[in-house]
Design a protein. Structure first.
Length: 111
């Protein structure tokens, strides 16, 4: 089965932005870029936002903080450093202050 043009662009964006990401996480990100608001976002932005959301939910205490009653902004503030470290491990460098202008998480329901 051949890939659509969008799938090709998503794969190219992942290769550029996340050169060190393990395959299992790459597949999760690829799947996420075809869901919700990311489905219509430009490929580069969709990959970036999906990677940020994955790092936030899988590699930080973000969901636990929400369950403990932290509001979304406070929880995001407290997990920024851990998110940056995980994203950097995958090859995507984002400064903590960049998160102030990013709202790529369309689902804050703990998983």
């Amino acid at each position: 089965m051949s890939k659509t043009r969008r799938q090709q662009l998503i794969d190219e964006a992942m290769a550029m932005l996340l050169p060190n990401i393990p395959l299992a996480y790459a597949l999760t990100i690829r799947h996420s870029t075809a869901q919700g608001a990311l489905r219509t976002a430009p490929p580069y932005r969709a990959v970036r936002l999906a990677a940020i959301a994955l790092a936030r939910h899988q590699f930080t205490g973000y969901d636990a903080m929400l369950q403990q009653g932290y509001d979304r902004d406070a929880a995001r503030f407290f997990v920024q450093e851990d998110m940056c470290m995980q994203l950097q491990e995958w090859g995507l460098t984002i400064a903590p202050n960049e998160f102030e202008n990013i709202d790529g998480d369309t689902n804050d329901t703990p998983q």
